[in-house]
Every structure is written in C-alpha cells, then in structure tokens.
Design a binder for this molecule. Structure first.
Ligand code: GAP
Length: 445
C-alpha cells in the first residue's frame, strides 16, 4: 500500500537524505529543493531507465543535451512570450497572490483583483552589459532546444521520419502557486521526447506512445491501476497542441498530471522556419523573419514536408514523488513498525550493503571490502561498504532507503567462503557461497 500522506514521504526524504529544502540554513526558498546523497542516485536511476527505454532500446531515437539559457527569439517564435502565462490575482485582504483558478480555501475570496496575465519565464542577462535588450530566458521546457536543433541532428545523422530526439534536463517556471512538496516547483527536470512523424500518421503514433509510456511507468513500480488517462478538452489545450493525453497519478494530495503526451503537429518546426510559405504548413504560425533554416524534410516527390511531432513529456521530480509513494510501506512485525521502501531494484539508490559482522576484525573487514569491490565492478550501481551501527540498525536503515539486499560477512565466511544474504521485502536470510554471489546479485536486475 502506498504512503497515506505526503508528510510520511517528506519526513523519510529529509531523515535519510533524499531531498532537502534548498538554502535551508538561510530559511529556505519556496519551490526549490536539493537532492541529497540518496536522492541523486534515485534521480539518476530514473533518468537512466527512461533514456534506456527511449533511446538505447529503440533504433529510431537520438539524444541531445542543449543549453538551458535560451535566446529570446526562440521563445518569442515558439509562442511562449505571448502565451506562457497564468492568470494572477491579488487578495487585498490577505495580501497574497494566487493563480486565479487556484485560490486556496483559507482566502475568503471577497476582495480579489481582476485576473491579469503573468509570464512564467525567468529572464536573465547574457554578457556584462545590462541594456535590457540582450537578455535570455531560462528555458521553461526542454523541447524548444530539440526543435531548433532539428536540422543539426538530421544533417549529422541522416535520419528520416519517423524518428525522435530525446533530452533530459532542467526547466524553470516562476509558478505562482507551488504545490505538495516536489509536485509543483520552480526548478525541475523534464524527460522529453520529440518524435517526428509523417503528417497523417500522427494520430496512430500518438496512441502508440501513450501505450509505451504507461508500460514504462509500470516497470518503474507505478501500476496501471494507480494511473488514469485524461484527454485534455480542446479549450484547455496548450497553444501548440492538436490533442493531449495526460497520464494522471493518484498522488497523496489527489489525482494529478504525471506526464503529458501531446500531438504538437507541425507548429514548432513551422514556427522556427524561414520561408514558411514554401512549407504547406497545417498549423497557424507567426511569420518568422529571423530564422536562417527550413526545419523540414524533402518527401519522395521532392516537396518540402514538415513532420508532425508527438511529444511524451514527463517530469523527473513528479516521477520521484510517484515512485517513492508507491514504494513506501509501513509494516507491523511482532508489534514493531517497519518502514520499507519496496523500490524496483534498478531504481534503488544503493544496490547492496556489505556489512562486516565484527567492525574491528581485520580479516572480516578485508573480506567485506573485497566483496564490495567485486560487486561494485559489475557496474549495476552503488554498492555500499557499511561499517557503522549494529546489524539490526543497518537492516532497518537499508529497508527504509530501499536497498534490495544486505550481505553480511562473518566468521563462517572466512572458514567456508559463504555469506548471509538478507532480502529487503521478505526479510528472509539465506547462506550463499561467495562464488555464486555475483549471479545472485545480477539476477536482481
Ligand atoms: N514540453 C511540454 C511541456 O513542458 P507540460 O505539461 O507543461 O508540457 C510536462 O510539462 C511535464 O513536466 C509535466 O507532466 C510534469 O511532470 C512536469 N512539470 C511541469 N511543470 C512542473 C513544475 N512546475 N514542477 C514540477 N514538474 C513540472
């Protein structure tokens, strides 16, 4: 059973070093969080799992890691300067600002101003002169850098449709209303795929990507029955979208968007192209006088064709929240409570803890270090030599942080070349010969 409230997760994250409030020693900054020793491992494991499934296990996707600071023209032609806004209201009695559609219950809503549009993008200067003209934005989505690199990727890889470009990276939004720990924050990461297809095949690809993404979530420990699909109504669609399906998850605070899968049509490639009149665009774009490229391909009749784009876009931070929530279990064992994080082993921050039963016995410690080095060298992720606390405390800590197995080295190990392997979920222990340990470990993943 997942966690029943967000406080349990927040407390675990702080206590065990997954997530901390940013700038905490100066009172913290709202909407910003820092990932601690275990958080960074969990985050990397989620991103690696996404990259593996979207790039390595397919033969039709390339990767990209583009700049975060984004030239103003990019976000002007993408439509973000004009439309990436939320309606803002001020309450004259409580003195606070809210998103017009998200005024909390504690505000009496009696003395609210008329809504005005507030752009969510952060601006910053480039270069030493602040002349008000040469500013850049911190990108509000990773997608735009993919579109503006379309020609570079096509020219350097000779790709033709259908193919995709994937990117994982930071995005920034000056959100008016923050929500539920890391659910809605001002600095977050996205895992985005822009999948380019022949117009006319877009609806089929859209369906296919929804299915593929649900399967991926299941493999990360977020079961189908915790997910819902939401077809975004036409009047709520983003400016670039023909259709969007949101994958919704039952977060502790309610059912909300985990990932959006949009059919972005030819809007983005068309918007960033020169000579748009020659491209037979299906979507309505603003005239572009600054771009020096046609973001298009030639079809079999030598006519320009601007691919449609299917975009699965998932937030890493929301992934962490959903995965932690599903993994969190509070169990009662012999009148005692045990918190156990039943993470899928490929996501666990620590893959195995190697525990010498006697911390000051040289031979046992030496053997434990040998085993740690051997398992570490297999490249499955972090293996920890655990030389602190007593064995009971070590088991409790590793249950709480989701380590799939603890391997204990004792006197019998020295005599018989065997170790005790304890399973996190069942707490069962078995004696395993050191020569079989590598296989037992690899079988977890
Ligand atoms: N490129 C499309 C795009 O950015 P979006 O629905 O605005 O679409 C995609 O964002 C995903 O990014 C969301 O489903 C969510 O997981 C994540 N996300 C968006 N805003 C966020 C925020 N303020 N804090 C945390 N995650 C956010």
């Amino acid at each position: 059973m997942p966690a029943t409230n967000i406080e349990d997760l927040i407390s675990l994250c702080k206590r065990r070093g997954f997530i901390f409030q940013s700038s905490e020693i100066y009172g913290g900054t709202q909407g910003l969080y820092d990932y601690g020793p275990l958080g960074v491992e969990l985050k990397n494991n989620i991103k690696n799992s996404w990259w593996k499934s979207v790039v390595y296990e397919r033969d039709d996707v390339e990767g990209l890691d583009a700049a975060i600071l984004t030239k103003q023209s990019v976000l002007m032609y993408s439509g973000h300067e004009e439309t990436f806004t939320d309606p803002l209201v001020d309450c004259k009695s409580c003195g606070e600002r809210f998103r017009a559609d998200q005024v909390p219950d504690y505000c009496k809503k009696e003395d609210l101003t008329e809504p005005r549009q507030f752009n969510l993008m952060f601006k910053t200067n480039i270069g030493p002169v602040d002349d008000g003209k040469t500013f850049a934005y911190l990108r509000p989505e990773t997608a735009q850098q993919i579109f503006i690199n379309f020609k570079n990727v096509v020219d350097s890889t000779s790709r033709n449709v259908p193919f995709g470009i994937a990117q994982i990276g930071k995005a920034f939004r000056n959100e008016i209303t923050l929500k539920s720990f890391i659910f809605r924050v001002r600095e977050f990461e996205q895992m985005e795929l822009e999948f380019f297809v022949v117009p006319g095949t877009d609806e089929d690809w859209h369906k296919k990507w929804v299915e593929l993404r649900i399967n991926w979530w299941e493999k990360q420990g977020v079961p189908k029955n915790s997910l819902e699909l939401y077809e975004v109504p036409i009047d709520e669609l983003a400016h670039y979208s023909k259709a969007t399906v949101d994958i919704m998850y039952k977060f502790p605070h309610g059912v909300e968007e985990l990932e959006g899968i949009a059919n972005r049509t030819d809007f983005d490639l068309g918007s960033h192209s020169k000579n748009q009149d020659e491209l037979s665009l299906k979507s309505k774009v603003s005239k572009n006088n600054e771009s020096n490229a046609k973001l298009a391909l030639k079809d079999e009749n030598n006519n320009w064709m601007v691919p449609f784009v299917i975009e699965p876009s998932a937030g890493v931070d929301r992934a962490i929240l959903a995965i932690l929530n599903e993994a969190y279990h509070l169990e009662e064992i012999e009148d005692k409570e045990r918190v156990v994080l039943k993470l899928k082993p490929h996501l666990s921050p620590i893959k195995a803890a190697i525990i010498p039963l006697k911390k000051n016995d040289e031979k046992i410690v030496k053997k434990a270090k040998e085993i740690k080095n051997k398992l570490q060298s297999l490249g499955m992720g972090r293996v920890l030599f655990e030389n602190s606390g007593n064995i009971g405390k070590n088991y409790r800590r590793h249950d709480e942080i989701g380590t799939p197995i603890c391997i204990t080295i004792d006197f019998e190990t020295l005599e018989e070349e065997t170790v005790t392997v304890r399973d996190r979920d069942t707490m069962s222990q078995k004696r395993v010969s050191i020569s079989d340990l590598e296989e037992v470990f690899k079988d977890l993943f």
